[in-house]
Design a protein around this ligand. Structure first.
Ligand code: ASP
Length: 340
């Protein structure tokens, strides 16, 4: 993994593009003309996720398949905040939340799912093979096993084990805003430091203009047992309206839920705002709701619209997001933010 310093230096030599504030750009494997094909996802972990999604889109695949495949890359990596390598809850158990939505208002979700490597794929099965939208806890796990997903050992990754032991020294739950998901860094500090909560949310538009999205996380590190955030909630962590656009969130889940975050962003786009302006309007609404407490949290939105435009906006400094587009280019962009 390059250090952040090298990363910025190399990006400076690449002649970066104008949208947002680029941190890095790289060429993608050439593909057939893809129309409006586009993938956008949260944080620098989105770079690898986007490539996973792009493999599907570049072959003319469906946005839904791309949305699933992209975040599976992150779920399989040893990430502090997504998948089974994530930080556990207060009881030392990793519980995973995920949701997925296609261009037809079909959606599926799992929450508090244990010992399953790919919660996003279980969410998709909920969508495709049950009459329901959401399964939680034991029932979600039973369903996953019945669908053939292997039950993985109940074991923390070495990094999560270390972070949990550290947290146990105080057992204090004081969420810290995620200023930046620094590349290659490990969770630090008693509550996981600046990296203790993070999520991969990915929005894809395929060559035929169909939109889909996915969102998956282990949630806040050392959360109360049973705590759910926004990430498994359609309308909060993710929302797709194929006639208008799609949006997704990362950050303090409780605050995304209280304003139905992703749905709010899509509704702003329906009123005519660009994706970035819609994210900004939603962040401003949240700041109004939170008042002086807005400084204690981080919330970030990404969005795409039907025309293939994309954008993002965050409450605080430090949010980056990755974009692949039909110019066969991948960029990591630094989001604008509200509070200084
Ligand atoms: N939104 C996630 C949650 O609240 C965490 C994050 O994205 O940082 O569980």
């Amino acid at each position: 993994m390059p250090t952040r310093r090298k990363f910025l230096t190399s990006s400076a030599s690449l002649g970066l593009l104008a949208a947002g504030r680029p941190l890095e750009a790289a060429s993608l494997p050439p593909s057939a003309p893809l129309g409006k094909a586009l993938v956008i996802s949260t944080w620098d972990t989105g770079l690898a996720a986007n490539l996973g999604a792009w493999k599907i889109l570049s072959k003319g695949g469906h946005a839904l398949d791309a949305a699933e495949a992209g975040v599976m890359v992150t779920e399989a990596s040893q990430n502090c905040c997504v998948g089974l390598g994530g930080n556990p809850d207060r009881e030392g158990i990793v519980t995973l939340d995920a949701c997925i939505m296609d261009d037809q208002f079909n959606c599926g979700s799992v929450a508090a799912l244990e010992r399953i490597k790919h919660p996003i794929s279980v969410a998709r099965r909920v969508m495709e093979r049950t009459p329901h939208v959401m399964l939680v806890g034991e029932g979600a796990q039973q369903f996953a096993v019945a669908q053939g997903f292997p039950l993985e050992p109940q074991k923390l990754s070495p990094d999560a084990e270390k972070a949990y032991r550290e947290w146990l020294k105080t057992s204090a739950y004081q969420p810290i805003i995620n200023v930046e998901n620094t590349r290659g860094s490990k969770p630090t500090g008693p509550v996981g430091g600046a990296n203790n909560h993070d999520t991969i949310a990915l929005l894809a538009q395929d060559g035929q203009g169909r939109l889909s999205g996915s969102c998956t996380t282990s949630g806040m590190g050392f959360k109360m047992r049973g705590r759910l955030g926004d990430s498994p909630l359609i309308g909060s962590g993710l929302f797709v309206d194929n006639a208008v656009g799609a949006a997704a969130a990362t950050g303090q889940g409780e605050d995304v839920i209280r304003m139905a975050g992703a749905h709010t962003v899509v509704e702003f786009m329906r009123q005519g705002l660009s994706p970035k302006a819609a994210c900004e309007a939603a962040i401003k609404r949240l700041a109004q709701i939170k008042g002086s407490k807005a400084h204690d949290i981080q919330v970030c939105f990404i969005a795409v619209n039907k025309q293939g435009q994309h954008g993002a906006y965050a409450l605080q400094k430090g949010f980056s997001y990755a974009v692949c587009d039909d110019k066969n280019q991948q960029q990591l962009l630094q989001s604008d933010y509200l509070l200084t």
